[in-house]
Design a protein around this ligand. Structure first.
Ligand code: ZN
Length: 183
């Protein structure tokens, strides 16, 4: 089932999300719906707050991205903890399904080590770099209530201000289903 994506301005995008346990109702179903929703909107990552749930869960699928080598970087991250970020900072133009038509350069560290449970509740500790690390950092920010536009220069943020206000008021053309803040 395709779920509506919560738009910039929705309070849930600003909350620090909570851990879940294996008893969380219909978790498998939820994860399937998140993948369906992400593919429908051509995303490469989706965090639970973006579908209105303040829980520490996100999914990624960067299989289509050429410089991600491990065959099919498709993963579910439950209760993740980034244990360390390291390596050289690099700059990349990011976007976000919750903030359509807005792109901006964000600097992030090149590598990270993350501990998380996968959808079978196996605990993993893995190291990622390049685009895989970048996607994880962006999604991980979501479960802490942080958006990529928080990490851009004040000048650039100011330039984007009106467009972002427009999004929060539903003034945006978007191909996928979104849920805008109540006015
Ligand atoms: Zn995002």
């Amino acid at each position: 089932m395709i779920l509506p994506i919560y738009a910039y301005g929705q309070p849930v995008l600003r909350k620090k999300a909570e851990d879940i346990d294996a008893q969380y109702p219909e978790l498998n179903n939820l994860i399937d719906n998140m993948f369906e929703t992400m593919y429908d909107s051509n995303g490469i990552g989706l965090a639970a707050p973006q579908i209105g749930l303040s829980i520490r869960l996100f999914i990624v699928d960067g299989s289509e991205i050429e410089d991600i080598n491990p065959q099919g970087f498709k993963e579910v991250f439950i209760n993740p903890v980034i244990e360390e970020e390291f390596g050289k900072e690099w700059d990349f133009e990011e976007g976000c399904l919750s903030i359509p038509d807005v792109r901006a350069h964000v600097k992030r560290k090149g590598e990270l080590r993350i501990r998380y449970f996968d959808r079978n509740w196996n605990e993993n500790v893995k190291t990622f770099d390049g685009m895989a690390a970048r996607i994880i950092q962006h999604e991980y920010d979501h479960i802490d209530g942080i958006l990529f536009t928080d990490r851009i220069s004040p000048l650039k943020r100011n330039m984007l201000k009106r467009r972002m206000e427009g999004i929060s008021q539903g003034r945006v053309n978007v191909e996928y289903k979104m849920k805008f803040p109540k006015r």
